[in-house]
Design a protein around this ligand. Structure first.
Ligand SMILES: *Cc1c(COP(=O)(O)O)cnc(C)c1O
Length: 241
C-alpha cells in the first residue's frame, strides 16, 4: 500500500472516531448532528494533509495564524470554508477578509472597528464571532465576560460586519467535565446578548470545544467545534514509521 493510501486510511479512522464522538454527544443532549459543524484545525499539518481531510468531506478548515491561513489557502486549489480561530492583528485584516468564511477571534473593539472599515472598503460583509475569555486566563485573548454587554451599541451600528455569535477556549482540564461551567457561561452570555440585540442579530453560533473537551461543549450547545490533535496528531510520523 502506498504511503498516501496509508495516510488516507489513518485519517479516515481518526475522522470516523471524532464523528462518532460528536454524534454520541449530540444524542446525549437531544441535539441533531446537523447543528454542529466540525472545523478541522490544520495549523500543525501540511497543505497536503489539510487537502486530504477535505477529500474526506470536511470542508471547514481552521488556522490560528493569519499568515498560515493565507499560505494554505493559496496552496490548496479548491473551494473551502476557512476559519480564522486565532488572534488577528489589525494590519492583517485587509489580506485576511477576502479569504475567510468566519473570523472566530474578534477580541477587541478596535479590531471590530478595523474589520468594519476594511469590509466597507472591500464592499463585502464580514462574518465574525466575539472571543470571550470566560476562564480569565492571562495568556488568552478575548473580551472579559462583563465587557460583552457594553458592545451592544457598537454591534447595532455595524453595517459591514455581522456578529454571528461567541467563541471561547476553556482552560485545559484533566477532567473535561470541569470545562462545563465555562461552556455554559458562554451560552448564557450569548442568550443575554441576543435578548438585548433583538432579532436582527440572532447570534446563532457558539464556537467552543477542542480535542480535550469537545463532547462537553456539544452537550452545552456548541454549534462549531474546533478540532486539531484528535484528527492529526502523530499521523504523518505514524504512517512513515
Ligand atoms: C489549536 C487550536 C484548536 C485545536 O486544538 P486541539 O486541542 O488540537 O484540538 C482550537 N482552537 C484554537 C483557537 C486553536 O488555536
Amino acid at each position: 500500500m502506498s504511503d498516501q493510501m496509508k495516510l488516507r486510511l489513518a485519517l479516515m479512522g481518526r475522522l470516523n472516531a471524532v464523528e462518532e464522538r460528536i454524534a454520541a454527544a449530540c444524542d446525549r443532549a437531544g441535539r441533531d448532528r446537523g447543528e454542529v459543524t466540525l472545523v478541522a484545525v490544520t495549523k500543525t499539518v501540511s497543505p497536503e494533509l489539510a487537502e486530504l481531510i477535505a477529500d474526506l468531506g470536511v470542508y471547514h478548515l481552521g488556522e490560528n495564524r493569519p499568515q498560515e491561513l493565507w499560505r494554505k489557502a493559496a496552496a490548496i486549489d479548491r473551494a473551502l470554508w476557512w476559519h480564522l480561530v486565532g488572534h488577528l492583528q489589525r494590519n492583517k485584516v485587509e489580506r485576511t477578509l477576502p479569504l475567510v468564511h468566519l473570523i472566530h477571534s474578534v477580541d477587541s473593539a478596535r479590531l471590530l472597528d478595523a474589520i468594519e472599515a476594511e469590509a466597507a472598503r472591500q464592499v463585502r460583509i464580514a462574518d465574525v464571532l466575539l472571543e470571550v475569555n470566560v476562564s480569565r486566563e492571562a495568556n488568552k485573548h478575548g473580551f472579559a465576560p462583563e465587557e460583552v454587554p457594553d458592545l451592544v451599541p457598537r454591534i447595532t451600528a455595524l453595517n459591514n460586519v455581522r456578529v454571528k455569535g461567541l467563541m471561547t477556549m476553556a482552560a485545559y482540564e484533566e477532567d473535561p467535565q470541569r470545562c462545563r461551567p465555562t461552556f455554559a457561561a458562554l451560552r448564557h452570555l450569548r442568550d443575554q446578548l441576543r435578548a438585548e440585540l433583538g432579532s436582527a442579530h440572532p447570534l446563532e453560533h457558539l464556537s467552543m470545544g477542542m480535542t480535550n473537551d469537545f463532547e462537553v461543549a456539544v452537550e452545552e450547545g456548541a454549534t462549531m467545534v474546533r478540532i486539531g490533535s484528535a484528527l492529526f496528531e502523530g499521523l504523518t510520523e505514524g504512517v512513515k514509521a
